[in-house]
Design a protein around this ligand. Structure first.
Ligand SMILES: [Zn+2]
Ligand SMILES: [Zn+2]
Length: 99
C-alpha cells in the first residue's frame, strides 16, 4: 500500500489506532525479537491510505482507567479491585494484615 499524500494531515500528539480517513493500517518502523514478535516500535507512524502522520498507541494507553478507592482505615488510594471488603469497610492489604 502506498499512501496518496493529498489528504495527509499531522495529528501527532494523542495516540490513535484509526486514522481520521477510516484506515486502520499504518506504516511504522518496528523491531522484531528472536521469536519474531514485535520487540519495539516507533511512535511516529503514517497512515497507509492517506499518509497522515499520527502517534502509535501503546499497550498502557489501552488499559481502561483504573477504578481507585481509598482504604477506609489508612485512607491511602488503591485500585478498587485490590481492596478487601469487610462490612462496609474497604481495606487495603496492609491494613487487612493488621486487623
Ligand atoms: Zn488515513
Ligand atoms: Zn489501609
Amino acid at each position: 500500500m502506498k499512501p496518496d499524500y493529498t489528504q495527509a494531515m499531522d495529528i501527532r500528539g494523542k495516540s490513535t489506532a484509526v486514522c481520521p480517513c477510516g484506515c486502520e493500517i499504518w506504516n511504522l518502523k518496528c523491531k522484531f525479537d528472536d521469536e519474531g514478535e514485535i520487540d519495539m516500535y516507533f511512535l511516529d507512524m503514517e497512515c497507509a491510505e492517506c499518509g497522515t502522520l499520527a502517534t502509535a498507541p501503546t499497550p498502557v494507553d489501552s488499559e481502561p482507567d483504573k477504578d481507585m478507592s481509598a482504604c477506609t482505615r489508612c485512607e491511602a488510594m488503591y485500585e478498587t479491585e485490590t481492596l478487601m471488603t469487610m462490612g462496609d469497610w474497604l481495606v487495603c492489604e496492609i491494613c487487612w494484615g493488621d486487623l
